[in-house]
Write a protein that binds this ligand. Structure first.
Ligand SMILES: [Zn+2]
Ligand SMILES: [Zn+2]
Length: 165
């Protein structure tokens, strides 16, 4: 009996090793989201669930996007991977006086993500660059003090006149 037990243990150990060499397959089964810039030169992939989806109505987001607000998907830095092309950076200062780095496609200028100094280890992906945007629904609205008057913030979301923290 002792001999059989030993054989079983060996078998499990071998299975673990082969499992480890298949980590790529393991990642594929997790939730993955893909996106890219307007011209297609820069592409990315995000693994796992976003930490938060938010709308930012600050004047900096309005200026940068040329639109009414910024739509942001916050993810862990390591969950984000460029799969094609590269990005160039632009450093600016937010309405709260804090530094952030915007990364954009060098070909078409589409903003892909922001690296925000006060949120180390996290990326704010410009969520409109995702291939599938149908699921996006911001649960937090920031800087409603400078939002366009016609934007109606839903009752069931968290809204801040500026930003917390
Ligand atoms: Zn591009
Ligand atoms: Zn903003």
């Amino acid at each position: 009996m002792a001999g059989n037990g030993c054989a079983v243990t060996t078998y499990h150990a071998a299975a673990k090793v082969s499992g480890r060499s298949n980590t790529k397959q393991g990642k594929m089964s997790m939730s993955e989201r893909t996106g890219g810039c307007q011209c297609g030169a820069t592409r990315y992939q995000v693994t796992g669930e976003p930490k938060q989806v938010l709308a930012c109505h600050c004047t900096d987001c309005q200026k940068q996007s040329g639109s009414a607000f910024g739509l942001v998907m916050v993810v862990d830095e390591e969950a984000f991977q460029l799969t094609k092309g590269s990005v160039r950076s632009f450093v600016s200062t937010s309405d709260a006086g804090r530094e952030k780095t915007g990364a954009f496609c060098p070909e078409c200028g589409s903003r892909i993500y922001h690296l925000i100094a006060w949120r180390p280890g996290m990326l704010s992906v410009r969520a409109g660059t995702l291939d599938d945007t149908a699921w996006l629904q911001p649960t937090v609205h920031l800087w409603t003090s400078s939002k366009q008057p016609w934007v109606i913030v839903p009752d069931d979301v968290t809204a801040y006149e500026t930003q917390p923290g």
